[in-house]
Design a protein around this ligand. Structure first.
Ligand code: MF3
Ligand code: CO
Ligand code: CO
Length: 264
C-alpha cells in the first residue's frame, strides 16, 4: 500500500486533532503529583476528552490483530515501563517518572502525542534520561523534509541516544497516522542515513523514540500490553505527530503548554 499524501483539507483536520491531543496533556500537567493513581489520571483525561473536547480516546478498546482490547483511554508508563502501560491502582510517588500518551480522534482524524512527567523531584539520572530522550526526538524531527529518508530520522535518534550510553527500543516505532491510528510507514528510531522510504510533502507520521537507561531488551507483562525493560532499567519516551513539508516539517501536536522545541 502506498503511503498517504494528505491534502489541505486532511492537514487542517490533523492540525485540529493534534492540538486537541496536546491540550489533554496540558490539562493533566498540574495534576501529576505524588499520591495520584494512574487510574485517576485516566479518568480525568477520559472526562476531559469526551465531555470538554468532544474527542474520542483512540486507545479505549483498541485491538490490533493478535491483541486483546486496550481497556483504558490513555497509556501511563511509569519508570521501567517503556510504553502501553495500562492505568490502574498504581499510586505515583515522589521521584517517579511517567509517560502519558494521548491519542484522540476528532472528525475522523487522529492526533497522537506523549510527554514525560516528573512526580515531585526526579533523580539526576531520571532527569537526564528524560532530557536526552526529548533531544533525541527533536534531532529526529529536524531530519524531516521532502526528499529526506526515514533512515535519516532513525540514525539521528540512535546516534545521539547511544552516544549518551543509552539504548533504543527496537520493537516499537513511530507510524503513519490520519484516519487510521497506526498506518504505514513504520518510523524506526534507529537506522542508517539515506536508507528507507523517501519523504514527500503531505506525509504525516509520528516520531516517538523509546530510550532505555540500560539494555534495549523488552518484556511484555502478563496483562499483555505493558512493555517493560528486561533489565528493569528506567525508560523514557516523547512523541509528536509530524507533517512533512517541502521546506521541512510542521509539528501538529502543539498547544499552549507544549515544551519548547530543542534546537541546540
Ligand atoms: N499511543 C500509542 C502510540 O503512540 C499507541 C497506544 S495503543 C494502546 O502509538 F492500545 F496501547 F493504547
Ligand atoms: Co502515542
Ligand atoms: Co504513536
Amino acid at each position: 500500500m502506498p503511503i498517504i499524501i494528505n491534502n489541505q483539507e486532511d492537514i487542517k483536520k490533523m492540525r485540529v486533532a493534534g492540538k486537541l491531543a496536546s491540550e489533554v496533556l496540558d490539562f493533566i500537567t498540574p495534576l501529576i503529583e505524588p499520591n495520584i493513581t494512574t487510574d485517576k489520571i485516566d479518568t480525568l483525561c477520559h472526562e476531559f476528552m469526551t465531555k470538554e473536547q468532544g474527542t474520542i480516546p483512540a486507545p479505549l478498546n483498541y485491538a490490533p490483530p493478535g491483541h486483546s482490547p486496550f481497556p483504558k483511554s490513555i497509556c501511563t508508563s511509569v519508570n521501567n515501563q517503556i510504553c502501553h502501560g495500562i492505568p490502574g491502582a498504581k499510586i505515583l510517588k515522589k521521584g517517579d517518572i511517567v509517560n502519558i500518551d494521548i491519542t484522540v480522534i476528532k472528525d475522523g482524524y487522529h492526533g497522537d502525542t506523549s510527554r514525560m512527567f516528573f512526580v515531585g523531584e526526579p533523580s539526576i539520572q531520571a532527569k537526564r534520561l528524560c532530557e536526552i530522550t526529548y533531544q533525541s526526538m527533536w534531532l529526529g524531527i529536524r531530519q524531516v523534509k521532502a526528499g529526506a529518508h526515514l533512515g535519516d530520522i532513525g540514525y539521528a535518534i540512535q546516534k545521539f541516544a547511544e552516544s549518551n550510553s543509552y539504548s533504543v527500543v527496537r520493537e516499537f516505532c513511530g507510524h503513519g497516522i490520519g484516519k487510521v491510528f497506526h498506518d504505514e510507514p513504520q518510523v524506526l528510531h534507529y537506522g542508517s542515513p539515506g536508507e528507507g522510504l523517501k519523504l514527500e510533502a503531505g506525509m504525516i507520521f509520528t516520531i516517538e523514540p523509546m530510550i532505555n537507561a540500560g539494555k534495549k531488551d523488552i518484556k511484555v507483562l502478563p496483562d499483555k500490553w505493558t512493555v517493560v525493560t528486561k533489565d528493569r532499567s528506567l525508560s523514557a519516551q516523547w512523541e509528536h505527530t509530524i507533517l512533512v513539508t517541502n521546506s521541512g516539517y510542521e509539528v501538529l501536536t502543539v498547544s499552549d503548554k507544549t515544551p519548547k522545541p530543542f534546537l541546540d
